[in-house]
Design a protein around this ligand. Structure first.
Ligand code: UT7
Length: 321
């Protein structure tokens, strides 16, 4: 028995914002942003928000899979920016797409959200509990950015990506590793809306994204290759067998460094960060969807997905397309 991705969809934010646009609001430049990160522009959502983009990506993924949303048993959404504390975003998506027979819940693992959600859904498949699932990574991260902080505001973009997965009878590879290091929780954070109760008299405060960029950079370039090597070892797979490494799109230099550490050519590391920036949990499924629609993924290709982010969390999945 194995889990297969049978369809993908995506929905980036509706408005293009270039590096030059950002140079109008903070002291930065296209040169600084593009050379340090690879980002040239990003898309921000002005209409749909997290659940709306997620639902649009989900509709496209169901169409691409040739599946009616009523056939879905499960919806798992990786997000850090749901519209509500409750209900969860997956329930909103369920309503929007008419997935009346599914159960939906969110997974919170920041930029690793899609990988964590996919492993969660796969575990239900492996246990034989469900057959068809929708896995989403979606973030409207622009609403939790401090737009006067040039250290963070130039990095992110909004979007959603989705994949329909199915439990298949035949043999195949689907193997994942999820990791976290809570000791480093404070290097990448966004405070929740906080307010006290009538005893504390605290005023409501909004949280914004804070990142110690260099700490996160060092963590990513060490842990991602380590995790990929562990997966290869556990599955007795050689690097030559891997067609693509689809990494979270946080910084082109992180991807370059992972490729170098694995001694792999950069061609095996597709990138779209230049167009979208860091879309948090959405970056891997958006890239996967683009590659799928461009016909770059062939049945039987072995690919590795790897995410990393706040928590700190990270993980990787080896699967056969
Ligand atoms: O998705 C979650 C995971 N996130 C990541 O993986 C991000 C990991 N970190 C990074 O990608 C990089 O650390 C950044 C792109 C965030 C920053 O690059 P850096 O090479 O580490 O730059 P830095 O933070 O060391 O800053 C260098 C200089 C500083 O000036 P001084 O102190 O040297 O005078 C910053 O103030 O660049 C300055 N700076 C900027 N200048 C122009 C910081 N942000 C900007 C900016 N425009 N937007």
């Amino acid at each position: 028995m194995t889990t297969k991705i049978i369809g993908t969809g995506s929905c980036p934010g509706d408005r293009v914002v270039t590096n030059d646009d950002l140079a109008q609001i903070v002291e930065t430049s296209d040169e600084w942003i593009s050379t340090r990160t690879g980002i040239r522009e990003r898309r921000l959502t002005t209409v749909l928000g997290t659940a709306g983009m997620a639902a649009e990506a989900a509709r496209k993924a169901c169409q691409n899979a040739g599946i009616d949303p009523e056939e879905l048993d499960l919806i798992v959404m990786g997000t850090s920016t749901p519209e509500y504390c409750f209900p969860n975003g997956a329930c909103q998506v369920q309503a929007e797409i008419g997935a009346v027979n599914a159960v939906g819940f969110d997974v919170s693992a920041a930029c690793s959200g899609f990988v964590f959600a996919l492993m969660t859904a796969h575990s239900f498949m492996k246990a034989g509990t469900y057959r068809n699932a929708l896995v989403i990574g979606a973030d409207d991260i622009s609403k939790i950015i401090d737009w006067s902080d040039r250290k963070t505001c130039v990095l992110f973009g909004d979007g959603a990506g989705a994949a329909v997965i199915r439990a298949e009878e035949q043999d195949g590879i689907f193997h994942g590793l999820l990791k976290s290091d809570g000791k480093k929780w404070d290097v990448l954070t966004c405070g929740a809306r906080t307010a006290g109760n009538f005893l504390t008299e605290k005023k409501p405060e909004l949280g914004y994204v804070f990142m110690d960029g260099q700490e996160v950079f060092k963590f990513a370039v060490k842990k991602v290759p380590e995790c990929i090597r562990q997966i290869l070892e556990e599955t007795n797979t050689s690097q030559e067998e891997i067609r693509y490494y689809i990494l979270h799109q946080a910084n082109e230099r992180i991807i370059d460094s992972v490729a170098k550490r694995l001694k792999e050519p950069l061609e095996k590391f597709p990138m779209n960060i230049q167009k979208y920036g860091n879309t948090s949990a959405a970056s891997i499924p958006i890239l996967l969807d683009e590659m799928n629609r461009e016909g770059r993924l062939k049945r039987g290709d072995k690919i590795i997905l790897s995410g990393f982010g706040g928590g700190l969390t990270w993980g990787a999945i080896l699967l056969e397309w």
